[in-house]
Design a protein around this ligand. Structure first.
Ligand SMILES: [Zn+2]
Ligand SMILES: [Zn+2]
Ligand SMILES: [Zn+2]
Ligand SMILES: [Zn+2]
Length: 640
């Protein structure tokens, strides 16, 4: 058998991963070797599918070049609410739990499992937080539940009208809505646990559409119903082969376990491959915020509980889902909308003033302040197959200049020095920097801010004429001094090796004074070579704050936490949600050190940020928020 597989892999691209997954499934399903060989032969015959797909893809791309731009609608009543409002509340088309969360989160609503979790009565492999979730996952939805999940629930009339206008919502959320997304996975072998999440999700979409009577049995109308964009033609041969194999395996599993009328035919395989390609670029990671501290038990002020982690927030990916309306948004590295999840529901909220008629843009992951420009562009090209031309990837901004920047040899100079990779990437933006629109009021303000920011670290860019502008590596962009970036890079790496060991010490509970002085030495090295707004320094300061907190050096912990926040504010912006998360740490340090008025002020600041990003849902999503607020208020009253 192995020789056949080897021969096969040599002939077709050689995706060993896909093959081993296939064999694994076959073994789980109890398929013999003879059948396996037959199976592989079938796949070879399918290579003609590829040609067909290329044709189909052209047709498809003609219809929508990438994603449809969702623009803010013109309506006088809406105009008042443009500043921070809910744009869309949508329900899932289909979703699947992350493999890593199978034991910890409900397989239906994706919330954390309680102690008395309810397993699926027929297969017991799926676990639910309640009977209601279990029923909804396998049976018809109850009428009352359906109303609760209805897309237009709680939305103003004009927004409902608008959503109806831009989406075929009635097709998806009709009266006969049923979810039944797990039912077809119960019988037979445990293939949903073996296949990758993308394939399980595709299976759920297919079965849902079949059960609703929308998809025909050879799936030939699948794309007509879904109308999602995809980038199949741009994928590499290995990914294409993997999708071909997966789609055959998936259809085979579906037909064996619950839908005998479904067969591995040309149309079904082709449509499933396209569906997998659509899932790749359209599915959204469902995330939950997890608090690493013990938020149920608030830390009493002035009494630090020894060896406990600082209260902090961490995002965990609990699932993957398709939302028809959610996938309409284009990407920007500086998004003006924010997504979050309430159970299976998706909420989209604007986070800044959006001028009338401007596009609503979402981040697909990369964001300014998180990564530098070249890394963002590379990620989006690899994962989403487009070259980002958002305002930050096409115009000079302070965050991209300093995030990986080095400092000037001249100690009084605040200028930034770039390595050759960053310099090349930033150079290509220069033309756009000087020709950026300066006509509208809003743009003038943005322009002025960019000018002040960039002037602080790279004033040489502002003084010269456009034609003579270029960014040279190893040269300070403010005073023009030459710096040895290679040498700095080596020193920084050495300091980081020290700092990485700190993580192990924190985990083993060995944070003490000598570890702190080690950390401080490393930070001093980083500050000698890196620009003062370099993200590495923010990360290091954050780590040191953690060590100081554990060693009960609370004043130092606070100092380093504040230093980290100061840098992050420069990289993101003052009221970015990342700053809010950091402020939660700061407030818990302040509370622990008995600084009640400081804690109260910080609490007010991060509450404002969270309400900008999550509205009134903030207190539901972060259950410790009211508790922390209450604690800060109590401490303030006691001290005054
Ligand atoms: Zn649940
Ligand atoms: Zn089951
Ligand atoms: Zn971008
Ligand atoms: Zn300088």
């Amino acid at each position: 058998m192995s020789s056949i597989i080897w021969d096969f892999t040599k002939r077709v691209y050689g995706t060993a991963i896909a093959l081993s997954a296939l064999i694994l499934v076959m073994q789980r399903l109890g398929i013999g070797e003879a059948n396996l060989i037959l199976f592989l032969e079938t796949i070879k015959m399918r290579s003609m599918t590829l040609q067909f797909l290329c044709r189909l893809n052209h047709h498809w791309r003609g219809r929508s070049s990438y994603k449809t731009n969702l623009r803010l609608f013109r309506s006088t009543r809406i105009r008042k609410h443009l500043n921070m409002m809910i744009v869309i509340q949508a329900i899932m088309l289909a979703g699947v739990i992350s493999k890593s969360c199978r034991e910890t989160h409900c397989h239906f609503c994706l919330n954390e499992l309680p102690a008395d979790a309810v397993p699926c009565p027929s297969c017991s492999r799926s676990v639910y937080c309640s009977e209601s979730c279990q029923i909804q996952s396998g049976e018809m939805m109850l009428t009352s539940e359906r109303d609760k999940h209805h897309i237009f629930h709680n939305l103003p009339d004009d927004i409902v009208e608008h959503i109806k206008g831009i989406t075929p919502a009635d097709v998806y959320y009709s009266e006969n809505e049923c979810i039944q997304e797990h039912q077809h996975e119960c019988r037979g072998a445990n293939w949903p646990a073996v296949l990758p999440s993308d394939a399980v999700l595709a299976g759920r979409v297919i079965m849902k559409l079949i059960n609703q009577g929308k998809a025909v049995m050879d799936l030939s109308n699948l794309q007509e119903i879904l109308e999602l964009s995809h980038s199949y033609s741009m994928m590499n041969p290995e990914s294409k082969l993997e999708m071909h194999l997966l789609s055959i395996v998936l259809i085979w599993c579906l037909s064996k376990s619950s839908c005998p009328d479904l067969s591995v035919c040309e149309a079904a395989v082709t449509q499933t491959i396209i569906l997998l390609a659509q899932i790749k670029v359209n599915s959204i990671a469902v995330v939950r915020m997890k608090s690493s501290g013990d938020f149920l038990k608030c830390i009493p002020s002035g009494n630090v509980s020894a060896k406990e982690q600082i209260q902090s927030l961490e995002q965990i990916r609990v699932g993957q889902a398709l939302y028809k309306t959610g996938s309409l948004f284009n990407h920007s590295c500086k998004p003006n909308i924010h997504l979050y999840f309430l159970s299976r529901g998706l909420v989209v909220r604007t986070t800044e003033f959006v001028p009338l008629g401007s596009p609503l843009e979402l981040s697909y992951g990369p964001e300014v302040g998180k990564w530098d420009c070249k890394n963002r562009i590379r990620f989006l090209e690899e994962e989403y197959f487009f070259h980002c031309r958002c305002r930050c990837c096409s115009q000079i901004n302070i965050s991209d200049l300093v995030i990986n920047g080095y400092c000037c040899v001249n100690t009084n100079c605040t200028g930034v020095v770039l390595d050759s990779n960053v310099a090349t990437c930033e150079s290509s933006k220069l033309n756009n920097f000087l020709t950026a629109p300066k006509s509208l009021d809003h743009h003038i303000k943005v322009w002025e801010k960019v000018h002040t920011d960039v002037g602080e670290v790279a004033s040489s860019l502002l003084s010269k004429h456009r034609d003579s502008l270029h960014i040279e590596p190893d040269i300070c962009l403010k005073c023009g001094s030459r710096c040895d970036v290679k040498n700095s890079h080596a020193a920084v790496n050495k300091a980081w090796n020290h700092l990485r060991r700190v993580d192990e010490l924190i985990n083993s509970g060995q944070a003490n004074v000598s570890v702190i002085s080690d950390c401080l030495r490393s930070i001093a090295v980083l500050r000698t070579f890196l620009h003062m707004y370099n993200k590495d320094i923010a990360d290091a300061e954050d780590k040191v704050a953690q060590v100081c907190y554990l060693a009960e050096e609370l004043l130092d912990a606070r100092k380093h936490c504040e230093a980290s926040i100061k840098i992050l504010k420069r990289l993101y912006e003052d009221e970015h949600v990342v700053i809010g998360n950091e402020m939660v740490k700061l407030a818990s340090i302040q509370l622990a050190s008995g600084d009640s008025s400081g804690a109260w002020n910080t609490t007010k600041k991060f509450s404002k940020i969270f309400s900008k990003y999550y509205g009134s849902h903030a207190e539901t999503l972060f259950s410790y928020l009211p508790c922390l607020k209450q604690e800060a208020a109590k401490a303030l009253n006691l001290s005054s």
